[in-house]
Design a protein around this ligand. Sequence first.
Ligand code: ZN
Ligand code: FE
Length: 241
Amino acid sequence: MALEIVRVPVLSDNYVWLVHEPMSGETMVVDPAVAPPVLEKAEELGWKISQIWNTHWHPDHTGGNAEIKEVTGCTITGPAAEAERIPTLDVQVKGGDAVRLGEVTAHVIHVPAHTAGHIAFHFADEKAAFVGDTLFAMGCGRLFEGTAEQMFNNMRALEALGDETDIYCAHEYTLSNGRFALTVEPDNTALAQRMEEVVVLRDRGEPTVPTTIALEKATNPFMRARSVAELAARRAAKDAA
Ligand code: ZN
Ligand code: FE
């Protein structure tokens, strides 16, 4: 792995990711909800933040942009389609674009539904993807600005990244997602086993992400929905739960 990735838990359940590329010394932050704990963690690691990448405009993903930029002079990259809602953006990208962190390249994937311009960042060689609020451990993002059909297509696009891909999502929602997933598929043994592990981890206050595409294919009721209608029904049931 040509990247070092460190989790910074902030607010009640957000994960901000610090991504360090040791060859160039560049450090990038994914979706800083807030600035101080991110700046502190980078300082502690001796990493100089040179970039921020945003997946979507929600304040719990962009709230730290301005302060981190003020302190570090970093460059902020995010979705062109949401540029008006992220006034701190320096670089606007869209699906298919390549973005560089030092010596490594990520590709931008357009994954609309949670927000209309939501993007994900995929480091193919490193088998890692930063998916914001699109895919969670055993869950998916709420459909605030898009449709179940779009989310169904997003699941196909992320699935196509391959089983071994590590998925870095932006929230620790795993326990509640898993409880819902068990109501959908009570006989799924992979799911039941995963939930046992998740309960133990959360009891100890430990994180349950990153996840992997393989694990989500086996246990995620939204990735496992066989049709748009099935995904829509599951999303509506989860929203009402
Ligand atoms: Zn969001
Ligand atoms: Fe969020």
